[in-house]
Design a protein around this ligand. Sequence first.
Ligand SMILES: Cc1cc2nc3c(=O)[nH]c(=O)nc-3n(C[C@H](O)[C@H](O)[C@H](O)COP(=O)(O)O)c2cc1C
Length: 189
Amino acid sequence: MADPLDVLVICGSLRKGSYNAALTRALPGLAPPGLKLRPAPSFANIPIYNHDDQNSTGFPADAVAWADAIRSADALIIVSPEYNWSIPGGLKNAIDWVSRMKDQPFKDKPVVLQSAAGGILGGSRMQYHLRMSLTSVDAVLFGRPEVIVTFAAQKFDEKTLELKDQTAIDLIKQQLAGFEKFARRLLGK
Ligand SMILES: Cc1cc2nc3c(=O)[nH]c(=O)nc-3n(C[C@H](O)[C@H](O)[C@H](O)COP(=O)(O)O)c2cc1C
């Protein structure tokens, strides 16, 4: 069997009780054996992008650590909520910093997206916008199936935040199996 792919998991929410973070914790149990998952370093303390700061003091250490983790991974899973119909600011800010770096970390990187949302529409607009931003930095986005865990409060255990919805579990398994094939084709691994 081929060596497992090294897959970095990025979560777009910083909230302690985050459904999206809970979703990332479920993924190692749902991914095929050919994907070995590890969490990305936090982007929480990356300052807001300012080109003047980049020129005067260079890239912040946390942005460099985030970029290095992306660069070293074979592929990425990004799990994020939708904020105001779009990408949460912290995640977008981290992408903005990294997009200015030489040896572009996202270039040719296979990426798959997932979201957990309170309602029925949340996540879809965020994923659409994230697809555009990541395409601008030459990432390669997996298409379908799309994963959005809608009405999250009903699908995660109230106390443990464990994902308990079988339809969502099956869809995630199907998506990650498809993503492994997609990533291996792209990487030639
Ligand atoms: C600033 C902000 C903006 C939000 N905007 C949206 C939105 O546009 N669409 C949506 O479905 N939910 C929106 N929500 C609700 C979040 O999707 C919901 O709180 C979700 O649980 C957040 O993800 P998390 O549990 O991983 O932290 C918003 C929440 C916040 C805090």
